[in-house]
Design a protein. Sequence first.
Length: 339
Amino acid sequence: MEKFGKSNKEMLSLKQSFFDDDQKLLKEQLEIGNVYVKQPLRVLCKNCNSPIKGQDFIKQNIPYKICETCSHLNGIYQDTSEFCKYLYSEDKGEKYSVNYTPEDYSKFIERVNQLYNPKVEFLINSLKEQGENFNLMSFLDFGCGMGYFLKSLKNYNINNIRGLEVSKTFVEKGNILLKETLIEEIDINNFYHKIGNVEVLSMIGVLEHLEHHYEFLSNLKNIEGLKYLYISIPTFSFSTFLEVTSQKKFNRQLGSGHTHLYTDNSLKYIENKFGLNRVSEWWFGTDILDLYRHFILNYEKNGLKKIFKNYFVDLIDFLQLEIDKQKKSDEVHILYKLN
């Protein structure tokens, strides 16, 4: 099953902070980049472990290289344990959690309904297509944050669920929001023994953040009972090119914790390497919303902001869909069946 496109209407409101707090977010992003460039050089592709050297372009003082073997886009520094801890689990993950913490329970539910219910619906329809009785299956959301995806699974009467998370703050706040203890804290360097006995493993915006990405994928075959892997990942897209030309604005796609980006070809490489059968895929992105945001921010100090908004906002979904159909959007959801 292939699916393309999704309305950006909700994203305009949910991502308002990208408009309002652009320079604050940029400052935080550059601080993270300053830590990243102090890590050792990456000598092997994050995706396929092939040797890489040199650089293709520089963005916000960080050089990037496209792998000649699998086409994966690599930041040329490593995602070390120290860098990952700095991002996700230092100070119990409090700093990292700021941008993901809802103002109240109603905002938590709003985000679940608008962003995560569609993800679960796509997963359910994909499992049905494979002849599975999804209500009887076991689900583990790895890197579950505050439990948005878990709450959505509950909304569809899926009850055999649990989550694993490295941030102590996310675990504590998430279990409160879920009103039951579904999320367990794990060690960022020692978690494999916690993953077993599950049929569907979900990783929504998580795979790209792992330090040992290649090792994780090679261990999938050893997870007890695992039949499916459901991922959402960022991809090398139009947004990336836009960010290279607009480096004094907050760069949503390539930066901060996104030190590398997938392509359709780099995904096919790991599918062949690790025995992953792509049974369904949903390509949709916010590339054109990024373009809109960059224009709006540039028009803040003159009279074009309102004029451009009226001119362009109705074009966002139409233009984005054409990018999605070419599998060149900034995000893809994929359900894999393990061979």
